[in-house]
Design a protein around this ligand. Structure first.
Ligand code: AHM
Ligand code: MG
Length: 320
């Protein structure tokens, strides 16, 4: 197992060395995301300050337009991903259509991302994050994004919380790195992460319970008698990060109004499912394993249930 404190760049290179045929392209791709995330984190940390400096008509003291943090995060991701030359195309939750960067023509990968997930939490100083999902390029068209989640070559997230943590997997274990702000490096802090087999926490927006299917509602109700705690931050990255560490279940189900739920397959459900499954957990839409869903469009939504294996198995016995 890699040593605690190893820096992310060295970790990525050591992983690459395990595959003699690797060209280094994936390492460069991951490094581009790391770089973007460091700049996004510095903007997130200053968000309160920028708001104070901005005036009500959204111009700051210098007369510049104050951009929303999710727009800034999106622009930064696009810039670093494009400049890296490793990505043939990118799809963002914030953009209607995929982008094919000029210098990504020979890129071997495509990436889908949510630049700033949980953005409704920005103004209340609650943890938010960036989520990414990487697939191999196949034919250089939008079809590259419409591949099943189990074909991801890497996925992960960065959580801007009380500390900034980057968690990722290439399908071979899940590792977490904490940003040491004094040196500006992500250092291995959570090696070989494993989700507990069973937890004691459920995480779901229970205010929508009256719109859920009745078996689901009964099952979620039963957690109360079983002594579970409810924790719901309303930022998927934060809720999933806690679920990964403490176990239990995170869910954003379909309801009578939103037949496919709210969360997006490409930018949220699939990368988080890849992380959770690689940490020994389970993820489902209720009908099938999230990683088996073949997307039919880039902004497709799916119901999400993920977490500890036993908790998801119990849920599927009721709703599956
Ligand atoms: P966003 O991508 O616009 O930030 O929305 C996604 C967020 C998730 O982080 C979170 O799980 C969910 O929306 C919360 O939704 P709700 O407020 O309906 O519970
Ligand atoms: Mg989101």
């Amino acid at each position: 197992m890699a040593q605690l404190g190893m820096d992310l760049n060295r970790f990525i290179l050591e992983e690459e060395r395990k595959y003699p045929s690797a060209t280094g392209s994936l390492s460069l791709a991951l490094t581009a995301i790391e770089s973007a995330s460091k700049i996004i984190e510095s903007k997130v940390r200053k968000a309160g300050l920028s708001n104070i400096l901005g005036t009500t008509d959204n111009t700051n003291v210098s007369g510049d337009q104050v951009q929303k943090l999710d727009v800034i995060a999106n622009d930064l991701m696009i810039r670093y991903i494009s400049d890296s030359g490793q990505f043939h195309a990118l799809a963002s939750e914030e953009l209607d259509d995929p982008v094919f960067p000029e210098n990504g023509r020979d890129g071997k990968y495509v990436i889908s991302f949510d630049p700033l997930d949980g953005s409704s939490n920005i103004n209340v100083n609650v943890s938010i994050g960036t989520i990414f999902s990487i697939h191999k390029k196949i034919d250089g068209t939008v079809n590259d994004f419409l591949q099943e989640g189990h074909k991801q070559v890497a996925a992960g997230y960065i959580i801007y919380g009380s500390s900034t943590v980057l968690v990722y997997t290439t399908g071979n274990g899940v590792n977490g790195f904490t940003l040491d702000p004094s040196v500006g490096m992500f250092l291995l802090s959570h090696p070989d992460m494993k989700i507990p087999e069973k937890g004691k926490i459920y995480s779901i927006n229970e205010a929508y319970a009256h719109k859920w299917e009745k078996n689901l509602k009964a099952h979620i109700d039963s957690y109360k008698e079983k002594g579970y705690s409810l924790r719901y931050i309303g930022s998927m990255v934060s809720d999933v990060h806690r679920t990964l560490i403490k176990g239990g279940i995170f869910a954003y189900p379909a309801d009578s109004k939103n037949k496919s739920g709210k969360l997006r397959l490409l930018y949220e459900a699939s990368p988080m499912a890849f992380v959770i499954e690689n940490a020994g957990g389970r993820s489902t839409t209720g009908a099938e394993d999230t990683l088996n869903v073949k997307p039919d469009s880039i902004h497709q939504r799916v119901p999400v249930f993920l977490g500890s294996r036993e908790d998801i198995n119990e849920l599927l016995n009721v709703i599956g």
